[in-house]
Design a protein around this ligand. Structure first.
Ligand SMILES: C[S@@+](CC[C@H](N)C(=O)[O-])C[C@H]1O[C@@H](n2cnc3c(N)ncnc32)[C@H](O)[C@@H]1O
Length: 459
């Protein structure tokens, strides 16, 4: 595949995602700094700016794996593949934003079926090369036969069906970011991982995952849902459950590191390890969420027929995150790794970026948004907790209104419990307090507030 010179591509906008210059088609509007929701697909070469936070977290996780050596030792290389890379913004960000000291150990491969998108990747990556040139050679050792692809500035670019590309080598890191459901690619992804690997999966078929499309949920995920306040969490757990059982079929076991419902998509990040024993005990982490009359829920392994009626599953009932890793995903860290300094910005401006002080401010705000609430929730999301939607509290507690979330956390913490907001578009929180304690505290807070209001309104 030859590179298409820039002047053969329609000129578009130069945009900055993280620290990386990206080239957008001229029929794609300049993105806003707060893109939300599903993008209108406009064909090959289209970049969905609403996925930028997921790509930012991918940069942070990969940098963390290299720095803290939780996937490969410090003297080993890490092979990462974006199996459905489109115009390659994610792989270019890996190459450009992972700290320079780790770049020599990072081997990056990008694959897509779409030739136009790959040409766009090649051209963009040559026009705006990574800050630290990565010079490793094409790795013949990875392939049973000579690899068919092109090495450009440290990114090995392939044009294959993803299911072929995934099986061509043993990767320690695989990213699956399809349009819609990842189901067709899961078996190959698990098989394409090395003995210990990391798999990140995006699913935009949220109607199927939540159960609002029951037929698709049953067909794709073998699950049943209830569309209520727990539907977002269910969607995450249904996808984790399918990845866990797929891994088990290939004698592998998973350990979730991060799992989020991010507006219009679900994104899960799991360590995958070869282990027959682990694979055999996968059902220990699978079960159903049964709704109770008081508005709460409990997880069970084997629901009765009556419980199935008020249950969703089967889904993953184990921990959702890894505390050590997620607690390092702080605002300071995202700015350190992914925000350009003044020098990098003036270089970028010299290369065609139009970026004023407002752009800079909004871009920083978006980076911070991509990790908002994560480090604070890391501990609870990595162990047993109960999930609440703030809007459900008035009915549950019979108070008619909900307290302020921060005040509720302070009250729970003063009783010796932990509480944290969940990263979600809706106001969810998690706590390890027993349900009755949460209710007592809510009632006490609102009772006290209404007494105070009555007292202060007296003449
Ligand atoms: C959502 S886009 C990927 C976005 C990209 N990961 C990013 O962060 O910008 C999905 C891509 O999957 C590609 N695709 C769809 N089916 C494929 C297949 N069977 N093999 C390889 N690529 C495929 C499409 O061409 C498209 O570029």
């Amino acid at each position: 595949m030859g590179a298409a010179p820039t002047d053969q591509l329609p000129f578009g906008h130069v945009w900055l995602e993280g620290k990386t210059l990206v080239h957008l088609r001229d029929d794609q509007e300049r993105p806003t700094h707060m893109p939300r929701g599903p993008a209108k697909r406009t064909g090959p070469g289209f970049l969905n700016p609403a996925m930028a936070p997921a790509r930012t977290r991918s940069v942070l996780l990969l940098a963390d794996a290299l720095e803290h050596e939780w996937l490969v030792n410090g003297d080993q290389d890490l092979r990462a593949l974006d199996a459905l890379c489109a115009t390659g913004v994610r792989v270019r960000r890996w190459r450009n934003e992972i700290p320079a000291e780790h770049q020599p150990r990072l081997r990056v491969a990008a694959n897509d079926l779409d030739r136009f998108a790959l040409q766009w990747l090649e051209t963009t990556h040559q026009t705006w090369p990574p800050a630290t040139p990565a010079t490793h050679a094409v790795e013949d050792d990875r392939y049973e036969r000579p690899p068919s692809g092109t090495m450009r500035n440290g990114v090995f670019i392939m044009q294959n069906d993803a299911r072929m590309a995934l099986l061509e080598a043993a990767y320690q890191w695989i990213d699956l970011d399809p349009f819609g459901s990842p189901v067709p690619f899961l078996d190959a992804a698990v098989q394409g991982l090395s003995r210990v690997g990391f798999l990140e999966v995006t699913a935009t078929d949220t109607a199927a995952l939540t159960g609002s499309s029951p037929g698709s949920q049953q067909r794709r995920y073998g699950a049943k849902g209830i569309v209520d306040s727990y539907a977002h969490d269910d969607a995450v757990r249904v996808l984790l459950g399918l990845v866990a059982t797929t891994a088990a079929r290939h004698d592998r076991t998973i350990e979730p590191v991060l799992a989020l419902f991010d507006g219009h998509h679900v994104r899960i990040s799991v360590k995958v390890r070869r282990s027959r024993e682990g694979a055999s005990s996968v059902l220990d982490q699978m079960g159903w969420r049964i709704r109770e009359a008081d508005g709460t829920y409990r997880f069970v392994h084997h629901p009765t027929p009556e419980e199935v009626e008020r249950g969703s599953g089967p889904l993953w009932i184990g921990p959702l995150w890894n505390n050590d890793i997620a607690s390092r995903m702080t605002e300071a860290r995202v700015l350190e790794v992914c925000s350009p300094n003044e020098e990098a910005l003036s270089d970028a401006r010299a290369q065609g970026l139009v970026w004023d002080d407002d752009d800079r401010k909004y871009a920083e705000r978006e980076l911070i948004r991509s990790v908002r609430y994560i480090s604070q929730a890391a501990d609870l999301m990595s162990r047993d907790h109960t999930l609440y939607h703030m809007d459900d509290l008035p009915n549950m507690a019979g108070t008619g209104q909900a307290p302020k979330m921060e005040a509720l956390f302070t009250a729970l913490e003063s009783e010796g419990y932990a509480a944290a907001r969940v990263p979600d578009i809706d106001p969810f929180f998690v706590t390890d307090a027993p349900h009755e304690t949460v209710m007592d505290i809510v009632r006490a807070m609102l009772g006290a507030a209404s007494t105070l209001k009555r007292e202060t309104s007296r003449p």
